[in-house]
Write a protein that binds this ligand. Structure first.
Ligand SMILES: Cc1cc2nc3c(=O)[nH]c(=O)nc-3n(C[C@H](O)[C@H](O)[C@H](O)COP(=O)(O)OP(=O)(O)OC[C@H]3O[C@@H](n4cnc5c(N)ncnc54)[C@H](O)[C@@H]3O)c2cc1C
Length: 299
């Protein structure tokens, strides 16, 4: 069945039994039945139609920097929105870009055009699509500040343009997390700035990140959402869990809000460590820590 994907896409766009650890920043994850890399919105439409006709499950992935894929992998098709969908155009203070462009490329491109507002994205290792879905943010900036409009498609193949209000952006959340729509492209509104100053701010953010975050180890960024009134890092540190590990998964000693893969972590190690931290936080502080990372794949 999956080999019939060749009828709609070229061979180099399809990988069968592809280990998802090659497509996640955690470097963890078992095989997907098939992974496809669309080069156009038409490719996405063809793939969705193929899945519907053949009753196959499908999910979307960007750069895989906010996901944990289970060890048994993913049944069905993973549609990876990446380099094939990274076109961009700039008009005045607006950037229109496809969902697969990386946030860092987008931020550099904005700086090149003296456009300010994307500096916060420096160092967030995701795609534009993933960043819209997650309402990614840092250093007092987030996607909701700059996204004006999003072109999306639903799982039945219908296009829809979302306005800011319709996207229901909240802290690390948007309407797209409900899973009914796939982000294809976004129109961003930025403000005029000065290239040198924009780049200087981005460098400062990069410096702060490398000082505070365990960038030398694979991870998926902050493991948990920030609960009201608390910071996750200090809670976990206060539990004495910095450096605590289960299998190859470890609470980073540099930033307790990150779980890192010490080299051979399984998804099960990470899931067990998450559960352990949650239990300790509940017992000691009465705080329910909710994962920010999305856990995907067969249980
Ligand atoms: C070292 C490190 C630092 C990080 N720092 C930050 C930070 O400062 N701030 C922050 O907010 N995040 C941070 N993150 C987390 C992550 O980079 C962001 O959440 C990012 O926006 C995810 O984008 P992605 O393309 O990797 O999405 P993925 O991880 O591929 O996907 C995330 C979710 O969105 C869905 N999805 C992806 N693309 C689409 C699409 N086009 N349409 C519909 N659904 C889609 C996926 O199914 C999944 O549920 C960090 C991660 C790492 C590893």
């Amino acid at each position: 069945m999956y080999s019939r994907l060749c009828d709609i896409l070229s061979v180099d766009q399809i990988k069968l039994n592809e280990e998802m650890k090659h497509h996640t920043s955690f470097h963890i994850g078992g095989p997907a039945d098939a992974l496809v890399m669309p080069r156009s919105i038409t490719d996405i439409c063809k793939t969705i139609t193929f899945c519907r006709k053949n009753n196959l499950a499908f999910i979307f992935l960007g750069q895989g920097s906010n996901v944990l894929v289970r060890d048994k992998g993913i049944r069905g098709i993973v549609i990876k929105i990446g380099n094939g969908l990274n076109r961009l155009s700039v008009a005045g203070q607006e950037i229109y870009a496809e969902a697969g462009i990386t946030l860092s490329d987008l931020a550099i491109e904005a700086a090149e055009h003296n456009l300010s507002g994307l500096e916060f994205a420096e160092g967030i290792p995701g795609s534009l699509g993933g960043a819209v879905v997650m309402n990614a943010g840092a250093y007092n900036g987030e996607m909701k500040d700059i996204v004006q409009e999003v072109l999306a498609i639903d799982t039945a193949g219908n296009f829809k343009t979302f306005t800011r209000e319709q996207m229901k952006f909240e802290y690390r959340s948007s309407i797209f997390q409900e899973g009914s729509y796939i982000v294809l492209a976004a129109r961003l509104h930025l403000v005029m700035g000065n290239k040198e100053e924009i780049l200087k701010t981005m460098q400062e953010f990069a410096r702060r990140r490398s000082e505070k975050q365990p960038l030398e180890h694979p991870s998926a960024g902050s493991t948990f959402r920030r609960p009201d009134g608390f910071y996750v890092g200090p809670i976990i540190e206060g539990l004495g869990l910095k450096g605590f590990s289960i299998g190859g998964a470890e609470v980073s000693s540099k930033h307790a809000g990150f779980i890192i893969n010490k080299g051979n972590a399984t998804a099960e190690d990470v899931i067990n460590l998450i559960a352990y931290i949650q239990k300790k936080a509940r017992e000691k502080h009465g705080v329910e820590l909710m994962p920010e990372i999305k856990i995907l794949g067969e249980e």
